[in-house]
Design a protein around this ligand. Structure first.
Ligand SMILES: Nc1ncnc2c1ncn2[C@@H]1O[C@H](COP(=O)(O)OP(=O)(O)OP(=O)(O)O)[C@@H](O)[C@H]1O
Ligand SMILES: [Mg+2]
Length: 494
């Protein structure tokens, strides 16, 4: 087989008020994994969307195996062997694995009757190539997030795609699931396919990629062989300066105040008997495997899920929290993990997405004070360095990481006692991560209690004063920062 390749030549793309890509040229070869690395808003997803036919380039061309292509739709790109795996899965959860793999292309017999036996057998053949413990007849909704993602990949394999791009595929996967994904990617690479890979987790790039294309502000900065690159150099190239050890300069409070949040024996269908105390000035981590009940605990505290038993106290007084509105009134804020489902109204501007949590502050007798609303959103845009030319930009037009920053920005004007952050750094670039760490420590110093959930253990170990580890909806142990280690957390979590 001849070597496959994709070559971008001078790609440019503008949106209103922003030059998303400018003169981007590089070649990605088959049999290699090529990483795209860059800050939030650098243009990575835009480039992939151009290759997939979702956007058209304003300037430049791209070639596949020497032939110039101009995909006007994603169907055209798919027909030419290009598949993009997005972080948000595009599956029909009610249908089976085989039905999703074949989506609209189910084989049929001479009479036009769908041949499910053939579809299931072919789907199972693909599943077995990757040695996955699932059946072609399983319903997608019953699969783990990682296996759902594998179904996306198998869809691409079934179409015999030669070019497969992954846009932040690991953001909601656990460590073992990431290993499964990497073995599948390795298999595809060894078959000679062109693999493009986007992630903000530098560690992963060293595990799975051969070449790294660094982008900044829509332009290509450099292309490196992974084996020649160092983490420090990559950060310098993508951020444009040295940021040093991101955990090193955190200026944390010397001591805590009194208890601000006390949780006593709370239980519902997902969690049992959770108790802990959070102090003013404390950053408390909740750790555990994906699916252990971390988000369920904070959703219960925030009133997003109902409590069946137990008690919540703020400043020593019992509070009744039946809904998020009750929680906000009591001084509790939550940045949810899933920005699409629970966080943002994508078609609305940044301005209203930021004011939504603190509407009481920006409205007088029920009428929203637009100027105050705008000032508040501008403050958040500046504080979190949200990449936009205006507070009126629709959230859907922001890059993934910048959408996440809008969720954080919501609480900027609020009068909070407790701030809960569920995976706040998901999809966030290293420079911005370091800003978020400083913000968390700063809020704690100013007297807030902060609850911090993250799947990236180094973050939890470095940011949190205390860590509670949960397993199957229960607390399996508590560690103080001085005693905590990756090993100890994992032992309690497994
Ligand atoms: N449909 C759109 N309309 C307007 N602006 C857009 C649109 N899509 C992307 N942009 C802008 O183009 C720039 C590049 O965005 P892109 O999503 O490619 O960044 P990214 O590198 O993928 O970032 P992240 O790491 O945060 O996902 C951003 O400034 C973004 O706001
Ligand atoms: Mg992106």
């Amino acid at each position: 087989m001849e070597q496959q390749y994709v070559e971008f030549k001078g790609i440019g793309k503008r949106f209103i008020g922003v030059r998303a890509l400018h003169d981007v040229s590089f070649r990605a070869n088959g049999g290699e994994v090529t990483a795209l690395l860059g800050e939030n808003g650098a243009g990575k997803s835009t480039l992939l969307k151009i290759l997939s036919g979702a956007y058209t380039a304003d300037e430049g061309v791209y070639e596949i195996n020497g032939a110039e292509k101009h995909f006007a739709t994603t169907q055209e790109a798919i027909a030419d062997g290009v598949s993009i795996i997005y972080q948000e899965r595009q599956l029909v959860k009610e249908l089976t694995v085989a039905e999703n793999i074949f989506m609209n292309m189910l084989p049929s017999n001479r009479l036009g009757v769908i041949d499910y036996a053939a579809a299931n057998a072919e789907a199972q053949r693909i599943i077995d190539i990757f040695r996955l413990p699932i059946r072609s007849t399983d319903r997608v909704k019953e699969l783990s997030v990682a296996h759902q993602q594998m179904v996306e990949i198998m869809k691409a394999v079934r179409r015999e795609s030669n070019i497969i791009a992954f846009d932040e595929p690991t953001a909601s996967l656990s460590e073992t699931e990431i290993n499964t994904l990497f073995s599948v990617i390795g298999h595809l690479r060894d078959e000679g396919k062109v693999i493009l890979y986007v992630s903000h987790r530098l560690k992963e790039l060293f595990q799975i990629t051969d070449k790294i294309v660094v982008m900044k502000d829509g332009a290509l900065v450099d292309t490196l062989k992974t084996s020649d690159a160092s983490e420090k150099e990559l950060i310098r190239l993508m951020v444009g300066r040295d940021i040093g050890d991101i955990f090193h300069h955190l200026d944390r409070a010397a001591s805590f105040g009194g208890p601000v949040l006390e949780v006593r024996n709370i239980s519902n269908d997902n969690i049992s008997d959770i108790s802990f105390t959070l102090h003013k000035g404390e950053v408390l981590g909740i750790s555990g495997l994906v699916g252990a009940g971390r988000s369920e605990i904070v959703r219960a505290i925030f009133g997003a899920d109902k409590l069946q038993r137990g008690e919540i106290l703020i400043d020593g007084k019992p509070v009744k929290i039946g809904s998020p509105a009750d929680a906000i009134r009591a001084g509790i804020g939550l940045c949810p993990e899933d920005r699409k489902d629970e966080g943002l109204v994508l078609e609305n501007p940044i301005r209203t997405n930021i004011s939504i949590a603190t509407l009481g502050l920006v409205s007088k007798m029920g009428v929203i004070d637009t100027k105050m609303e705008r000032d508040m959103s501008l403050k958040a845009i500046a504080a979190y360095n949200i990449k936009t030319h205006s507070a009126e930009k629709q959230v859907i037009e922001l890059s993934g990481g910048n959408q996440q920053k809008v969720i954080l920005g919501r609480w900027i004007g609020a009068d909070l006692k407790v701030l809960i952050l569920d995976e706040p750094t998901k999809g966030i670039d290293v420079g911005a991560k370091s800003e978020i760490y400083n913000m968390i420590i700063g809020l704690a110093k100013s007297g807030l209690g902060v609850i911090f959930i993250s799947s990236e253990l180094p973050e939890v170990l470095n940011i949190c004063d205390n860590i509670i580890v949960v397993k199957e909806g229960r607390v399996s142990g508590t560690l103080a920062r001085e005693d905590a280690s990756e090993e100890k957390v994992l032992t309690l979590a497994m």
